[in-house]
Design a protein around this ligand. Structure first.
Ligand SMILES: Nc1ncnc2c1ncn2[C@@H]1O[C@H](COP(=O)(O)OP(=O)(O)OP(=O)(O)O)[C@@H](O)[C@H]1O
Length: 272
């Protein structure tokens, strides 16, 4: 199958230091790729560079091809056309992505109005369906609710509804299940899987929750200090991690799951 996303030798420099070092990977339609690594390893910088949202002064180099278009050469107006329609995004902190002055229903409708040719009536119906699919209506949130009236998990679900509204080819999800309880997490992951199966949506998922990754991802890429130390099918990474850093990361996650004392990850220098 042809990859949807092809990243070749992607490096990102901040004004102070290099953040990502020559990352290469592919993501096929309908597949879930998880990016794992310690805090500060560059996961969010990778997500932001794929979406053209790097902080000012950050310089990306290399190639990020989506459907054979190099995203790194796009102008801001071109980015605006594909964000929301081709890309859906959900972040760790949903409040920063929601407009506090607009009702939730109106914000989902805005996404549909901007990126589809649906009629007003169709947009209303579709918004209602999306809010039901992400479990907002069932939890007492209506189209008329404002973001500040929602819990963190409900805001996260509202953001997921907006991200999935236009049936994107690629969903970029940065720690988006962190604020969700176990039941809601299972529900939203089921919805994500429904989109991967029915619409062949690909997902790039960033998570510290290795249990979630193991259960849901098809492939895993392990980042350490901006370097990919290992990547491959989820089962191989979890059952037979080849790299000492991956082994330490998984062992630490097991310790934490068993509530035994944590040990620091060993200092490991990745060969250049
Ligand atoms: N706006 C910024 N300005 C300068 N440096 C930054 C900025 N954002 C991130 N960095 C640096 O880039 C590196 C990678 O950060 P990044 O947020 O991508 O890591 P991460 O793996 O997503 O971390 P976490 O798991 O804590 O979210 C860190 O050294 C961080 O200090």
């Amino acid at each position: 199958m042809n990859p949807l996303l092809q990243v070749r030798n992607l490096s990102v420099h901040s004004p102070l230091q290099p953040i990502l070092h020559a990352l290469s990977f592919t993501l096929e339609p309908g597949k879930i790729l998880a990016i794992i690594g310690e805090s500060g390893s560059g996961k969010s910088t990778l997500a932001l560079s794929l979406m053209g949202l790097l902080p000012s002064g950050f310089q990306p180099q290399g190639e990020v091809r989506l459907n054979d278009k190099n995203l790194l050469t796009l102008t801001e107006p071109q980015w605006c056309q594909i964000r929301g329609k081709t890309f859906g995004m959900v972040f760790q902190e949903p409040m920063s992505a929601l407009n506090p002055t607009r009702r939730i229903g109106a914000q989902i409708e805005d996404t549909l109005r901007l990126h589809t040719a649906l009629t007003r009536h169709e947009i209303r119906t579709q918004t209602h369906t999306l809010m039901e699919q992400v479990g907002l209506l069932q939890s007492g949130v209506s189209e008329h609710s404002y973001p500040h009236q929602l819990s963190g998990g409900q805001r996260q679900r509202a953001l997921l509804a907006m991200a999935l509204a236009c049936r994107p080819d690629l969903l970029i999800a940065d720690e988006f299940t962190t604020a969700l309880d176990a039941r809601t997490r299972a529900d939203v992951m089921a919805l994500v899987h429904q989109h991967t199966a029915m619409h062949r949506m690909a997902v790039l998922m960033i998570s510290h929750d290795l249990g979630l990754v193991r259960h849901h991802a098809d492939n895993v890429l392990v980042l350490k200090d901006g370097i990919c130390v290992e990547q491959g099918p989820t089962a191989s990474i979890f059952d037979a991690p080849a790299h000492p850093y991956t082994q330490a990361l998984l062992a630490m996650s097991l310790h934490s799951a068993a509530h035994t004392p944590l040990t620091r990850l060993p200092v490991y220098t990745v060969p250049a």
